[in-house]
Design a protein around this ligand. Structure first.
Ligand code: PAF
Length: 281
């Protein structure tokens, strides 16, 4: 039976009680609209810990005024059902006032891997993510927290936050879950029409082609330009970025090091991101 709590006090009391019994606690932060990708994060958490806490909170601070905060999918009853089936021990479902009470005036800004890529297009995004994730870590005091590799830059930013603030928890990155055609699971896939879904499914193949070209020694600028062209020819309306970066720092990629090809592209009203590994060996 999943315990559902809405207050920080109740969350803290339960996690502290578990830890006092010597149990290891994992946190999976989410914004709800749970899909198989989230369930894989919960599985990764349950493999490593005795208790799994999932937070469901659509964080207004990571949405720009022009973005989809109001229309972001909210389906708490369905989500709680999924948590129950996944064997999650506790759901933390705070309201906005619980997280950001009247007069809240603090923001966490992480440098390093937050530079460029998403930040060039969503300048306030990572401050919003770091602020809420930092609060969730302090509120729930977990031994570890699991984040998806799908939001690869976010994963790097969260790791940097934990490292720089000496927060006493481990950050675990969990591989992206894809449909049978390679489309990365995302809550925003729900916005895609049938025709857009077909186009979206080409994104991962294009990234894999680019990564294997780089692994095979192709010129980086030529490969990135070709990948951008491939994304547009697949039917996307615009490419925000397609770039090769080092996998740990997100600094410019160096040949013969592990890297990632990262992309953000727009399709109708939906913005999709994805990334694939560039293997050094
Ligand atoms: O990846 C997400 O769903 C969100 O950015 C997160 C980490 C839950 C913070 O709101």
């Amino acid at each position: 039976m999943t315990i559902v709590v809405e207050t920080i006090a109740a969350l803290r009391a339960q996690v502290r009680a578990w830890r006092a019994e010597g149990l290891k606690v994992a946190l999976v932060p989410t914004m709800g609209a749970l899909h198989d990708g989230h369930v894989s994060l919960m599985r990764a958490a349950l493999e490593r810990a005795d208790r799994c806490v999932v937070s469901i909170f659509v964080n207004p601070r990571q949405f720009a005024p022009t973005e989809d905060l109001d229309k972001y999918p909210r389906q708490l009853a369905l989500d709680l059902d999924r948590l129950e089936k996944a064997g999650v021990h506790l759901a933390f479902t705070p309201g906005v006032e619980e997280v950001y009470p009247q007069g809240f005036a603090t923001s966490i800004s992480v440098g390093g891997p937050s530079a460029e890529l998403e930040t060039d297009f969503r300048p306030a995004f990572f401050d919003g993510v770091a602020t809420v994730v930092g609060k969730l870590f302090i509120q729930s005091e977990p031994d570890l927290a699991v984040f998806g590799e799908k939001d690869y830059q976010q994963l790097c930013v969260v790791k940097k936050l934990v490292q720089d603030l000496n927060l006493p928890l481990e950050i675990v990155g969990s591989p992206t879950i894809r449909d049978s055609e390679g489309l990365a699971m995302s809550s925003r896939n729900a916005y895609l029409s049938a025709q857009e879904l077909e186009i979206a499914r080409r994104l991962n193949k294009i990234l894999r082609k680019a990564a294997s070209a780089l692994e095979g020694g192709a010129d980086e600028a030529v490969t990135m330009a070709a990948a951008r062209q491939d994304v547009l020819e697949a039917g996307f309306d615009a490419v925000d970025y397609v770039a090769a970066r080092q996998s740990d720092t997100l600094a410019p990629w160096q040949r013969d090091t592990d890297g990632r090809v990262l992309v953000a592209a727009r399709l109708g009203k939906t913005r999709l991101i994805d990334n694939v590994e560039i293997s050094a060996s």
